[in-house]
Design a protein around this ligand. Structure first.
Ligand SMILES: Nc1ncnc2[nH]cnc12
Ligand SMILES: [Zn+2]
Length: 346
C-alpha cells in the first residue's frame, strides 16, 4: 500500500465547513431502499446495484429527474431525521465542524408532506449534532426555479411559523431557461425578512445569470458560479467584492459541466483572487463527500498545501458563523498548518 500523500494527511486534519449541500442529495441508495421498505413504497430498481448504475448523468436535468424521484421515499419526520443524521455522521467523520445545508421544501409539499414534517425532522438532527459534538449548522430553505414565483410565495407562506429556525434562502433546480430575474419579487420579500439570500447561478446557465443573481436578487453568495470565468469583467467584480463562490467539483464532473477534473477551473479561480471553496452538493449521487472532493481536486489539479488551506479558509470566511467563531477556526487552522509544517520538516 502506498503511503498517504502529506497533503492528504493535512486535508484529513483540517477543520472544515461545507456551504453547499442539498440534504436530499445525501440520500444514499441503502437508505433509499430502507425507507422505501419502511413506507411500503416500491422503487423501480431491482436492487442497490441497479440504482447506483442509474447514476450516470448527461446533464443537470437528468440528475434532477432521479433526485426528485428518489426523494419520494421521504415521508415522515423520522425519515427526514434519519436522512439528516446519516449525513451529519459522515460530515463529522470528514472533519466538518460547521455545515450550511439546503432543503427543498417544494419537493415534499408538492407530494402532500407537511412543511412541519420536513422542517422538524431536519432541525432535530441538526440540534442533536450541536448538542452531542458541538457541530454548528445553518439551514437554508431553497426555492425550486423550475416552478413559478407564485409557487415560491406559497411555500414561503408555509415557512413563516418556522422562520426562527431558517437562516437564509436559496434558489436551485433546473437553471437553463429559469433566470434569477424570474424570482426578483420573491427574493425582495425574503430580504424584507432580514435573512441572507444565495442562488445557484453559472452552473449550467451563463455568466449573465450570475450578474442577475447579484444585481436582481442581491445574494451574498453564488452557488457554483463556475461559468463566471467566461466573463472577465464579472470575475474582476466578484474578486473585488469578495463574493464567495461555493464550487462543487465532483458534481460538475458528474453533470458534465467539465469533461474531466483535470480541466476544472478551481485552481484558476483561486489565481483570479476569487473567494472559492470546495463543497459536495449531492454527495450520494456524485461519488464523494467533502473530504473526497478535496482529495480528488488535490490529485487532479496538483494543488499544493497553500491552495488547500486557502480553500478551507475561504469556506470559513464565507460561512454565516459569527465573526468571533470564524476567528477561532482560522486560528485553529493556523495551529494545525504550523504543526503539519514541523512534521514535514522532520
Ligand atoms: N447541482 C444542483 N444544481 C441545481 N439544483 C440542484 N438541486 C440539487 N442539486 C442541484
Ligand atoms: Zn447545488
Amino acid at each position: 500500500m502506498s503511503a498517504l500523500h502529506p497533503i492528504d494527511a493535512l486535508i484529513a486534519q483540517l477543520p472544515k465547513t461545507e456551504l453547499h449541500l442539498h440534504i436530499e442529495g445525501t440520500l444514499e441508495p441503502e437508505l433509499m431502499f430502507a425507507l422505501a421498505a419502511r413506507n411500503g413504497i416500491s422503487l423501480p430498481y431491482a436492487d442497490i446495484a441497479s440504482l447506483r448504475a442509474a447514476y450516470d448523468f448527461n446533464n443537470l436535468q437528468s440528475f434532477l429527474d432521479l433526485y426528485y424521484a428518489g426523494a419520494g421515499v421521504l415521508q415522515t419526520e423520522q425519515d427526514f431525521y434519519d436522512l439528516t443524521w446519516a449525513y451529519l455522521q459522515r460530515a463529522q467523520a470528514d472533519g466538518i465542524v460547521h455545515t450550511e445545508i439546503f432543503f427543498d421544501p417544494q419537493t415534499h409539499t408538492a407530494r402532500g408532506i407537511a412543511f412541519a414534517t420536513v422542517y422538524h425532522g431536519i432541525s432535530r438532527a441538526l440540534e442533536t449534532a450541536e448538542a452531542e459534538w458541538g457541530m454548528t449548522s445553518r439551514l437554508i430553505m431553497s426555492f425550486l426555479r423550475h416552478l413559478s414565483e407564485e409557487d415560491g410565495f406559497a411555500v414561503l407562506e408555509q415557512a413563516m411559523p418556522y422562520l426562527s429556525g431558517i437562516d437564509g434562502f436559496g434558489l436551485d433546480s433546473s437553471e437553463a431557461g429559469h433566470p434569477p430575474s424570474k424570482f426578483q419579487r420573491l427574493f425582495a420579500r425574503c430580504r424584507e425578512l432580514q435573512l441572507p439570500c444565495v442562488a445557484h447561478a453559472g452552473e449550467e446557465g451563463p455568466a449573465a445569470y450570475v450578474r442577475e443573481a447579484l444585481e436582481l436578487l442581491q445574494v451574498c453568495r453564488i452557488d457554483h458560479g463556475v461559468r463566471s470565468l467566461e466573463d472577465a469583467t464579472l470575475v474582476q467584480r466578484l474578486a473585488a467584492e469578495r463574493m464567495p463562490l461555493t464550487v462543487c467539483p465532483l458534481s460538475n464532473i458528474k453533470l458534465k459541466v467539465f469533461a474531466d477534473l483535470a480541466e476544472h477551473p478551481l485552481r484558476r479561480m483561486l489565481e483570479a483572487g476569487l473567494v472559492a471553496m470546495v463543497n459536495s452538493d449531492d454527495p450520494a449521487y456524485f461519488g464523494g463527500y467533502l473530504g473526497e472532493n478535496l482529495l480528488a481536486c488535490r490529485r487532479a489539479l496538483d494543488l499544493g498545501a497553500d491552495e488547500i488551506v486557502q480553500l478551507v479558509r475561504n469556506s470559513f470566511e464565507a460561512s454565516w458563523l459569527a465573526p468571533a467563531q470564524k476567528a477561532d477556526w482560522q486560528r485553529a487552522i493556523s495551529h494545525i498548518v504550523a504543526a503539519w509544517q514541523v512534521e514535514q520538516a522532520l
